[in-house]
Design a protein around this ligand. Structure first.
Ligand SMILES: NC(=O)c1ccc[n+]([C@@H]2O[C@H](COP(=O)([O-])OP(=O)(O)OC[C@H]3O[C@@H](n4cnc5c(N)ncnc54)[C@H](OP(=O)(O)O)[C@@H]3O)[C@@H](O)[C@H]2O)c1
Length: 306
C-alpha cells in the first residue's frame, strides 16, 4: 500500500469518469492522473471559463483528447438534473470531490445553506441521478471526498440548514460528516441490492489548494493558507487517497482512505478509520431521508436495509 502513486494505476482505456470540481486542486490532479491512463474524463465544473482552462491543462499534461467539460453547479438542483439528463452510457467512476469550506453564509439556488447544499446535498442528488449509468458499467465506484474535519462534525437535525444559527466551521464539519454517512449508507444499500457498484470515501489530509480562498477575512485566510502549506502536502499528493479509493483492486465498499502520516495530514494512502459515529445507522438513515426530502431525489431500487 505504501508504494502507491498515480503511476501505479493500470490502463484505463474504455473507462468513463466524472469528477466534480475538477478545475482546481485535488479534482484537477485526479483528472490528470486518470486521463494519463486513458480514461475518458468529464470535468464537472460550475464555471465555464475555469472549466475550459482545466480541460486545456489536462489535455496538455496528458496528451489525451478524451477530456470534456460539462457544466455542473452543485448549488443548483436544476443544474444537477440537467447534467445527469445529458449523460449517456455507462459510468465507471463518479468522484464526488467539489467543495467549499467555512464560507460566509450563503444559500444555494434551492435555499439550502451552501456548505451542506454543495458538499453533501448536491452530491447526494447527483449520485442518485447517475445510478442507472453506474449500474451499466462493470464494477463501478462512487468515491466521495470527506475530510479530517468530519471528526468534529455533528449532524444537527434540529437545524440541518443552519437557519437558526450559522457557524462557518460547524457547517463545514457537518457537511463532511454527511459525506461519510452518505458513503456508508449507500454502500449498505448497494450490497443489499447486489448491484455491481461500490461506494467508498477518501480524504486528502491537508493539501495546499484553493479551498481556503472562499473563507472570510484576509488574516484568517493567511493563517489557514500558511497552515495548509506548512503541515500539508501538494495537491498531487493530496489526490492520491482519492485515486487509491477509485482504482486499487483491493478496495471494498465502505472503505475510507487517507494519508498514513502523523495525524493523517500527509503521507501515503492507507485505510483509515472514520469517527465512530459514522457507523451509527440510525443517524445515517435519518440523514438519508432528510436528503431525499430536500432534494426530491430518491434512489430507486435501493431501499433501506435496516
Ligand atoms: N485541501 C485540503 O486540505 C482538503 C482537506 C480535506 C478535504 N478536502 C476536500 O477536498 C475537496 C476538493 O477541495 P480542494 O482542496 O481541491 O479545493 P479547491 O481547489 O477549492 O477545489 C474545489 C473545487 O470545487 C468546486 N466547487 C465549489 N463549489 C461548487 C459548486 N457549487 N458546483 C460545482 N463545483 C463547485 C470549485 O470550483 P470553483 O473553482 O468554480 O470554485 C473547485 O473546482 C473538497 O470536497 C474539500 O472539502 C480538501
Amino acid at each position: 500500500m505504501n508504494s502507491f502513486s498515480a503511476d501505479s494505476i493500470g490502463p484505463l482505456d474504455g473507462h468513463t469518469a466524472i469528477i466534480t470540481g475538477a478545475n482546481s486542486g485535488l479534482g484537477l490532479q485526479t483528472a490528470i492522473a486518470l486521463a494519463r491512463k486513458g480514461a475518458a474524463v468529464t470535468l464537472a465544473c460550475r464555471d465555464a471559463e475555469r472549466g475550459a482552462e482545466a480541460v486545456r491543462t489536462v489535455r496538455q499534461e496528458t496528451g489525451s483528447s478524451q477530456v470534456w467539460l460539462c457544466r455542473l453547479d452543485l448549488g443548483d438542483l436544476s443544474s444537477v438534473r440537467e447534467f445527469a439528463a445529458g449523460w449517456d452510457g455507462p459510468l465507471n467512476l463518479l468522484i464526488n470531490n467539489a467543495g467549499v469550506m467555512a464560507t460566509p453564509r450563503k444559500q444555494t439556488a434551492d435555499g439550502f445553506e451552501q456548505q451542506l447544499g454543495i458538499n453533501h446535498l448536491g452530491h447526494f442528488a447527483l449520485t442518485g441521478l447517475m445510478l442507472g449509468a453506474l449500474r451499466l458499467a462493470d464494477g463501478a465506484r462512487v468515491v466521495t471526498v470527506s475530510s479530517l474535519a468530519h471528526k468534529r462534525g455533528i449532524i444537527n437535525f434540529d437545524d440541518l440548514l443552519s437557519r437558526d444559527r450559522y457557524r462557518p466551521w460547524a457547517a463545514y464539519n457537518q457537511s463532511k460528516l454527511a459525506n461519510l454517512f452518505f458513503t456508508m449508507e449507500l454502500d449498505r444499500r448497494l450490497r443489499a441490492a447486489g448491484w455491481p457498484v461500490i461506494s467508498v470515501a477518501a480524504h486528502p489530509g491537508l493539501s495546499n489548494t484553493n479551498l481556503t480562498a472562499g473563507m472570510r477575512g484576509a488574516a484568517v485566510l493567511d493563517l489557514m493558507g500558511g497552515l495548509f502549506r506548512l503541515m500539508g502536502h501538494p495537491d498531487h499528493a493530496g489526490a492520491l487517497p482519492i485515486l487509491y479509493a477509485a482504482m486499487e483492486p483491493t478496495v471494498e465498499g465502505g472503505d475510507y482512505y487517507g494519508p498514513n502520516g502523523p495525524g493523517e495530514r500527509r503521507g501515503n494512502p492507507a485505510l483509515v478509520a472514520p469517527a465512530p459515529q459514522v457507523l451509527d445507522v440510525e443517524i445515517a438513515l435519518r440523514l438519508w431521508e432528510a436528503s431525499e426530502q430536500l432534494t426530491g431525489v430518491t434512489f430507486g431500487g435501493l431501499p433501506p436495509v435496516h
